[in-house]
Write a protein that binds this ligand. Structure first.
Ligand SMILES: [Ca+2]
Length: 395
């Protein structure tokens, strides 16, 4: 009995240091786990800020055309912390500049981001193309688009959207081109330029400050018609046709550039099913604006009608390149010879590359993940307004 008890005591005694070791090591494990957890949490908190895309939206702004829709979507993404929208720079294109600036100012007011998203007025006219030339082209070829439809009105002859002009937002005193130059220098190789209008502002920026060329992270455009017909002339897409010289000057720069041309936007139409989803909540101001649009009237006459939502694809690509399912690499140029092919985008595949290499190779998106894109599109256009800013964006 005594022997057994001693043996049991020995076992117990010999077990105690092991238990202490185990307890100590468990405690150490716990401390380590806690340290690792704190590190991981810190890392996770830091990651969205590091991955957050700094973006300037360069747009020929409209109330609720594709540019206006991009504005809504980009501001929602900013509020969510997915992107850091540094500013909206407006360029003439869809309309005369003062009207577009007025529409952009109203947009930031409507979104509840008056004090968060600055609006800058940019180029009032293209570099070379002008109203008289556009009118002449129309007479010669019965082609054209944008503001050539009517002569330039007085600056105070503006049209209000159905919810009225901006009350709080004011255009920034700095010119959009100077803002682009200053911002690219402030955040070298960090800023994506999302260019969804004519390329005039960007061309002026790199002409005024060529040192920004290597500092631009990348440019994502809605623009061009590479292997399909144009939408403004048989040869040209509107953004490029409007200011072909500006486009050529920028496309030839050694900057990472990605094109969302008509080749892909033609394959991602807005149809009635999707339109019904974005207008389902009749009290939502975006739905009200969309229901007052020309496309809503077209759908009433023909439920099979479709519309183009060109620029919205460029925003989707800018936040996640995997929305593109087919991308070609092309040496890109623009025809700037005045005539029926003015503004035609040329995309040379490797086998056709011109011998004199003054061009740059860029990405040209040809197909999209349509269903995934429509989900993003509907989600961002139907979120409540004014937006909730869920995280602070660093400036
Ligand atoms: Ca546009």
């Amino acid at each position: 009995m005594r022997r057994r008890r001693r043996s049991a005591e020995r076992k117990r005694d010999s077990a105690q240091p092991q238990q202490i070791d185990r307890g100590y090591s468990a405690m150490l494990d716990c401390v380590r786990m806690r340290q690792i957890s704190i590190f991981l949490i810190a890392l996770l908190c830091a990651m969205p800020a590091a991955a957050q895309e700094k973006l300037i939206l360069d747009s020929d702004y409209t109330t609720i055309g594709d540019d206006g829709q991009v504005g809504v979507m980009a501001m929602q993404l900013h509020a969510e912390g997915v992107i850091n929208l540094l500013g909206i720079t407006v360029v003439a294109g869809n309309n005369w500049l003062p009207q577009e600036v007025s529409d952009a100012l109203k947009a930031v007011d409507r979104m509840g981001l008056t004090d968060t998203i600055p609006v800058y007025a940019g180029a009032r006219y293209p570099l070379v193309h002008d109203y008289k030339t556009m009118t002449y082209e129309r007479d010669l070829y019965n082609i054209g688009g944008s503001w050539f439809r009517r002569p330039e009105p007085r600056d105070d002859e503006l049209t209000a959207p159905l919810d009225g002009f901006a009350v709080k937002a004011k255009v920034q005193p700095q010119h959009a081109v100077n803002f682009i130059i200053e911002t690219v220098k402030k955040y070298p190789r960090q800023v994506t330029l999302l260019v969804i209008g004519p390329v005039t502002n960007i061309a002026l920026a790199i002409r005024m400050a060529p040192e920004i060329v290597p500092l631009i992270k990348r440019i994502v455009y809605m623009g061009g018609a590479f292997e399909v017909r144009g939408n403004t002339t048989p040869a040209a897409e509107m953004n490029i046709w409007y200011d072909a010289e500006a486009a050529r000057a920028v496309f030839r720069q050694p900057i990472e550039q990605v094109f969302i041309p008509l080749d892909v936007t033609n394959t991602v139409p807005l149809n009635k099913a999707t339109f019904d989803k974005i207008t389902a909540n009749k009290d939502h101001i975006i739905a009200k604006l969309l229901l007052a649009s020309g496309f809503a009237r077209a759908l009433q006459q023909n439920p099979k009608a479709t519309s183009n939502i060109y620029d919205t694809l460029a925003l989707a690509y800018a936040i996640d390149a995997s929305y593109a399912t087919e991308v070609a690499e092309m040496w890109v140029d623009v025809d700037t010879n005045w005539g029926p092919s003015y503004g035609h985008t040329l995309g040379y595949r490797d086998a056709q590359k011109p011998a004199a290499n003054h061009l740059q190779k860029h990405k040209v998106v040809l197909r999209f993940d349509n269903e995934r894109f429509y989900k993003l599109y509907v989600d961002l256009l139907t979120r409540p307004l004014p937006v909730e800013v869920r995280r602070t964006n660093s400036r």
